[in-house]
Write a protein that binds this ligand. Structure first.
Ligand code: SAM
Ligand code: SF4
Length: 327
């Protein structure tokens, strides 16, 4: 049903617990050439073409959210470097700088970064996060579902650094696969001057792979790395990561969504490739913005639906979920 009444809700996107939203993660595609075991099944079911947002639909939603205070957009996937809409989206995002957008980032598996680094920089990308879970070639291949090589990712990182694109590393830590590789990976990141964030394994898929016993807690990581470096915690900001300085110089972030949730500071929203808006990574259901777009709703009406969905965000992830997953 159309709702064309003017927007009367307050300008910033704010939830009922007083948290304003500044960051939007936009999935340009659900597809990926890797099959990281912690992220996707071996044979994923892709979203059908007609249910994916078009570039024009996505750009319209992004614009509305920037007009309501989103200042930082992160393009992600699936793998954003295989998304046909990547460069048209970057062009559109540049036009939103005048409306308050201050930062455009991208998260990639790095496989195609070597060929895209220069064009991404020219298209106005501010920085790139590259996922790198291990430097060990066999374990990298296994983690990528037999599809990626550590060398192609290292080439991508080197190319991004060479053109002057700011790079950070993300690593998902699994107890039974790459936990033991963390000192080597950290040492390498330090030598390359690449900030590193270690991410706790989260139950984001259908629970095929996730088990409590595979999650490595922040405390365990600190104990492991503390045997190699002096570790000093830094004051917490709105980032989901807790930052530590290793030997007073190297910034290491740890994102411990499961053992140390950052919900009280959450300033993020997520738009999926099929147009669902989520106000929490773990929310079971989102707001179907694609349906509202295709029903012909006005900008005011869409903005209202977005604001209402954000307003209703729960304080943390829900209790049933918490009881199931607390480690
Ligand atoms: N394909 C790109 C990549 O791998 O960087 C972007 C999409 S990927 C879904 C975004 C980030 O989510 C990556 O850093 C990835 O390692 C992380 N990720 C995926 N599944 C995860 C899980 N179950 N727990 C924690 N992080 C996960
Ligand atoms: Fe693809 Fe990224 Fe998921 Fe790996 S983590 S399967 S690279 S989307």
């Amino acid at each position: 049903m159309r709702d064309n009444t003017p927007v009367t809700l307050p300008a910033p996107l704010i939830d009922q617990h007083g948290r304003t939203k500044q960051k939007l993660r936009v999935s340009l595609t659900d597809r990926c050439q890797y099959r990281c075991t912690y992220c996707m099944p071996t044979t994923p079911t892709w979203i059908p073409q007609d249910l994916r947002l078009t570039a024009a639909e996505r750009n319209r939603l992004i614009t509305l959210m920037v007009q309501r205070g989103i200042t930082h957009i992160r393009l992600t996937g699936g793998e954003p470097l295989i998304a046909p809409d990547l460069y048209p989206t970057l062009t559109h995002l540049q036009s939103l700088r005048a409306q308050g957008l201050t930062k455009v980032s991208l998260t990639t598996n790095g496989a195609l970064l070597a060929q895209h680094a220069a064009t991404l920089l020219a298209a106005g990308l501010d920085d790139v996060n590259v996922s790198l879970d291990t430097l060990n070639p066999e374990r990298f291949l296994a983690l990528s579902g037999g599809r990626g090589t550590v060398d192609e990712v290292l080439e991508g990182i080197a190319a991004a650094q060479a053109v002057g694109l700011a790079v950070k590393l993300n690593c998902v830590v699994l107890r039974d696969v790459n936990f033991g590789d963390m000192p080597d990976l950290t040492r390498w990141a330090m030598a390359q001057h690449l900030p590193l964030r270690l991410i706790e394994f989260m139950p984001l898929d259908d629970g095929e792979q996730w088990q409590k016993t595979r999650v490595v807690s922040e405390a365990e990581l600190l104990t492991q790395l503390g045997a190699h470096w002096r570790i000093t915690p830094q004051p917490r900001d709105k980032s989901p990561a807790t930052t530590y300085l290793l030997d007073d110089a190297f910034p290491l972030g740890i994102i411990s969504t499961i053992t140390n949730p950052f919900c009280s500071n959450c300033n993020r929203l997520r738009l999926t490739a099929d147009g669902q808006l989520f106000s929490c990574l773990f929310a079971q259901s989102g707001q179907d913005l694609r349906a509202l777009l295709r029903a012909g709703n006005s900008d005011d009406s869409l903005t209202k639906a977005i604001a209402r969905h954000v307003w209703n965000k729960a304080r943390g992830f829900d209790h049933a979920f918490e009881a199931q997953y607390t480690v």
